[in-house]
Design a binder for this molecule. Structure first.
Ligand SMILES: [Zn+2]
Length: 556
């Protein structure tokens, strides 16, 4: 079987020239439409220019037959194509090139063919000098003449194995071992924290995850960090690695040297991404097994892929002692706030919202249309976790560990997921299975309000959950505001059928003033930021809208 070859040269700031060699007779080449970890179109063809193929007469421009597909011209021998790629994005899923850093997510920029996915692949980085370090899960070797060579055993592994290359002094490397597996930490950018403590936190959550799952699906694992000077917070899971960006890097530590919320956030993301090694990389929604990069791949199981991972990522930090109970409660309060303040969860189920990430799942989207797979999925995961435990069926992580076991099929279906939860919940009797079916009907397929169920589940965990009225009376009336352009107060979310909604307020309207009079709130506002309006809203009794969830452990 012929080895497919890619050569990636840095031909200027933000510029790559990519040359790829495929076997004779190739009819087309394809650039991926999306990347694993982001369940929406990435349309990477938009970064490609000047696609040509080597022929007897020189380089021949290729004709497109699809937005991300080019027809090859018939030739005698192997097919060699070349193009330019603009590498000017620095987030956890992108590709970047300048004179101090080459960071490549191959699924952004490498061409492939559906019939050749089993062929081994070699990537040559001709201009990476010997004194540069490289961080990647792919096996690699350096050669003083020809730069660096990376090897992948097929297209799926190649596309899911990013790398960073930089001068040795710019790429910090640390290592620890858990269960006989080496775990590597590579950091590009400023490390405004204590290295030893950073590694120790990783080791702790890794140990607790390894203990829960009982095995690691890959021989070793790599954390690839980019800490730039500009704002960024993003993580992407890969087969045997993750890329995490967080910035600005000087905010990773407080001025007095103590760990900041920024550093906590980095560790939160890292724990989440490592959980993906079992949930999504090993056990994966059937629609993504294998990944089809040629077009959208909607799945109704985003709430398992991202919701369960979000929930467990934080729980592992608690179990590992990286955070205390108080820290977990504050994190879950934040999650519940996002959950409760999104009216879209009462409109579109989290299963349907999973399918729809391909439409608008990573954008703000139109008001109250859908749920968020991370947030609503994590709340559902918590409810399932408590229901399982109440029924004597262990914990949610035990069910996941069973499904993601080394002898289990990798493709997950909704039925297999829920049948496993139901079977485990039926340990002591059918009531457990009935409760699990009800959770699925109400909060996965359905759009019921979770709050009563949450209060009950929290109580079972020894936690009191209460709602505190929002300090802003207009929010209680249904219009949640935030900062808009030029310091204006703008409506961000208007709760359907609330007093504010009835008065006509909608997202984007500008609020000039609010005055409480008796049981009413007088609001002066500008419709569409232009037309002056005045409305008198009845202030709801009780917590009203946008109430804040407060969690506290019961004493003892
Ligand atoms: Zn994730």
């Amino acid at each position: 079987m012929m080895t497919l070859r890619h050569r990636i040269a840095r031909t200027g700031r933000h510029e790559l020239t990519i040359t790829s060699v495929f076997p004779a007779g190739m009819d087309y080449i394809q650039i991926p439409v999306w990347r694993p970890g982001r369940y929406e179109r990435g349309d990477f063809g938009q970064y490609v220019r000047g696609m040509v193929q080597r022929t007897d007469t020189g380089w021949t421009p290729l004709r497109k037959t699809g937005l991300h597909r080019w027809a090859c011209v018939p030739t005698e021998g192997s097919v060699e194509v070349q193009f330019h790629f603009t590498a000017a994005q620095l987030n956890a899923g992108s590709t970047w090139a300048d004179d101090r850093l080459l960071y490549v997510n191959p699924v952004n920029c490498l061409p492939y063919h559906d019939d050749l996915t089993e062929h081994p692949v070699e990537v040559q980085l001709p201009d990476i000098p010997l004194h540069w370090a490289i961080a990647t899960a792919l096996p690699h070797m350096s050669d003083s003449e020809n730069g660096v060579f990376l090897m992948a055993n097929g297209t799926q592994e190649l596309m899911d194995s990013p790398w960073m290359a930089a001068p040795e002094e710019d790429l910090w490397h640390g290592e620890y071992e858990v269960g006989g597996h080496p775990f590597h930490i590579h950091v590009w950018g400023r490390r405004n924290y204590e290295d030893a403590a950073f590694v120790e936190a990783h080791k702790k959550f890794t140990e607790s995850q390894m203990a829960a799952f009982g095995w690691l699906p890959v021989p070793q694992y790599h954390f690839l960090y980019l800490f730039p000077d500009f704002p960024s917070r993003h993580g992407v899971e890969h087969e045997a690695s993750t890329v995490i960006t967080w910035g600005p890097s000087d905010q990773l530590t407080h001025a007095d040297g103590t760990a900041s919320e920024g550093l906590e956030e980095v560790i939160d993301i890292a724990s989440h991404e490592l959980v993906h090694t079992w949930n999504v990389k090993r056990l994966r929604p059937a629609e993504w097994m294998p990944y089809d990069f040629s077009g959208p791949s909607p799945s109704r199981m985003g709430y398992i892929a991202e919701g369960v991972t979000t929930y467990l990522g934080d729980l592992f930090l608690l179990e590992a002692g990286v955070i205390e109970m108080e820290g977990w409660l504050r994190r879950f309060e934040k999650l519940l706030t996002r959950h409760l303040w999104n009216p879209g969860r009462l409109q579109t189920s989290v299963a349907d919202s999973s399918f729809d990430t391909w439409l608008d799942g990573y954008a703000i989207g139109v008001p109250h249309r859908r749920g968020n797979i991370y947030v609503e999925g994590a709340v559902l995961a918590f409810l399932c976790d408590v229901a399982l435990n109440r029924a004597g069926g262990g914990w949610l992580v035990d069910a996941l560990a069973e499904l993601a076991g080394p002898d289990q099929p990798r493709a997950l279906t909704e039925d297999r997921w829920w049948a496993t939860l139901e079977r485990r919940a039926a340990q002591r009797g059918q009531e457990g299975a009935v409760e699990m079916r009800q959770l699925r009907a109400d909060f996965c397929e359905g759009t019921e309000d979770t709050w009563p169920e949450l209060v009950d589940a929290m109580m079972h965990q020894g936690i009191e959950a209460k709602l505190e009225p929002h300090s802003d009376t207009l929010a209680r009336c249904g219009a949640l505001c935030g900062k808009g352009r030029e310091g204006r107060t703008e409506v961000k979310v208007c709760w359907p059928d609330s007093p504010a909604w009835q008065a006509g307020l909608r997202r984007g309207d500008v609020v000039d003033s609010t005055t409480e009079e008796n049981q009413n709130l007088v609001v002066e506002w500008k419709r569409d930021a232009v037309h002056v309006e005045r409305a008198t809203l009845p202030v709801p009794r009780g917590a009203g809208h946008f109430a804040r969830p407060r969690l506290a452990a019961f004493p003892g």
